[in-house]
Design a protein around this ligand. Structure first.
Ligand SMILES: C[S@@+](CC[C@H](N)C(=O)[O-])C[C@H]1O[C@@H](n2cnc3c(N)ncnc32)[C@H](O)[C@@H]1O
Length: 364
């Protein structure tokens, strides 16, 4: 879906939008302060009558000055409306306050990215995540630091990651289990949520979780707590080390929000590792969010901006890809797309990948 083939702004709108960008950090921080310091909540509770400035002051316990600058910023931002000297919550204010997706995105932006984005240009020029030092000094990638990030940063990272994939897990299970599945290899298992979802869905299925050792230690705790310890195994791996193979013998290989963690050449290397352990009957399912496959422009916008997190914080060389890039990598790895479903969960595409027919014939 192409949402980006028109210049839709009039000159006046374009100039206005340019000022929103010029003051972007002000708009973001003021909105977060209006949310976190209780101003939006107090105004929402007053309903259509809204609140006068001093009434807000009484309810939130900030100075008149602090409430005035914040509330006036909210007018320009559009989260508040001023009616007869009373501040009323707008629809935008309601979303900032109550919409789970907006909350997850704002907290991820603030806790994980905000300070690091100051180093975006350095990251682009040098090809490394120059902003990562703001949250994990001394780490090469965010993934090796995940298990040890400060609590609130870690929490915002995981809430962001899971908000999108959790919503898709339930809807994709029937697709994966539409053919007989005895064992699944979950590459990039993270906290073990997919392994748990599979074990819960199919009473006999066995799952092997692959990830960096730090993540697997956490995943193990979650899996055991759900009582699935006997059917879920672990295979610690740094997938980027070329000499380390993936374990073989699984009917399904599952990679959810995993390949976007790598550059194109690295993706090909990971897919080649998968291809080496695939038989003609193995299905590799890739679940990703492609910005060109989004029904809503807003979703594509979120993904395009999220790419910059990969540039500046995660690893400096990956992104939320255009689907054609992933298709090219699949082809380069000697694999073929058998089926593809868009619109899974909030914004995912699930691609079923198999060995190319002539390669499978040779292997059989
Ligand atoms: C964005 S998370 C996706 C987690 C999960 N599959 C989901 O759908 O929510 C990516 C996962 O890939 C893992 N990962 C990143 N680099 C890795 C590497 N070099 N080797 C193994 N796992 C890695 C991370 O630790 C993380 O758990």
């Amino acid at each position: 879906m192409n949402h980006f083939d028109q210049d839709r702004h009039s000159a006046l709108q374009a100039k206005q939008e340019a000022q929103r960008i010029a003051f972007g950090p002000f708009v973001f921080q003021a909105s977060k302060a209006l949310r976190d310091l209780g101003v939006l909540r107090a105004i929402e509770a007053a309903g259509d009558d809204g609140l006068a400035l001093e009434e807000i002051v009484e309810r939130v316990g900030l100075s008149t000055y602090a409430v005035r600058v914040l509330a006036e910023a909210g007018l320009g931002i559009g989260s508040l409306v001023l009616k007869q000297d009373r501040f009323v919550l707008s629809k935008l204010g309601w979303y900032l306050l109550n919409d789970p997706m907006t909350q997850v995105n704002m907290d991820f932006t603030h806790d994980v990215n905000y300070k690091g984005l100051f180093h975006l240009q350095e990251s682009l020029v040098e090809g490394r995540p120059a902003g990562l030092k703001e949250i994990a000094p001394g780490s090469r990638t965010v993934y090796e630091a995940l298990a040890t990030l400060p609590g609130h940063i870690r929490e915002s990272w995981f809430r962001f990651d899971h908000y999108y994939s959790d919503n898709s897990f339930q809807s994709v299970l029937p697709l994966i289990f539409s053919e007989p599945v005895a064992s699944i290899l979950d590459v990039g298992a993270n906290t073990g949520k997919w392994a748990i979802a599979c074990a819960n869905h199919a009473p006999d299925v066995r799952v092997t979780m692959c990830d960096l050792p730090g993540q697997l230690a956490q995943a193990r705790v979650h899996v055991d707590a759900r009582g699935f310890g006997d059917r879920v195994a672990e295979h610690p791996i740094d997938i980027l080390r070329p000499e380390l193979p993936l374990p073989g013998g699984h009917d399904v290989i599952w990679m959810s929000q995993f390949l976007d963690c790598f550059s194109e050449d690295e993706i090909v290397m990971v897919l080649e590792k998968a291809a080496r352990v695939m038989t003609p009957r193995t299905r590799l399912y890739i679940m990703e969010t492609y910005w060109d496959r989004q029904r809503f422009e807003n979703a594509a916008f979120c993904l395009q901006q999220t790419s910059l997190y990969f540039t500046c914080i995660a690893n400096g060389n990956s992104q939320m890809y255009h689907s054609s890039v992933l298709h090219r990598c699949i082809e380069r790895a000697g694999l073929a797309v058998a089926e593809e479903v868009d619109g899974v969960g909030i914004s995912h595409t699930v691609t079923k990948v198999v060995k190319r027919q002539q390669d499978a014939a040779c292997a059989a």
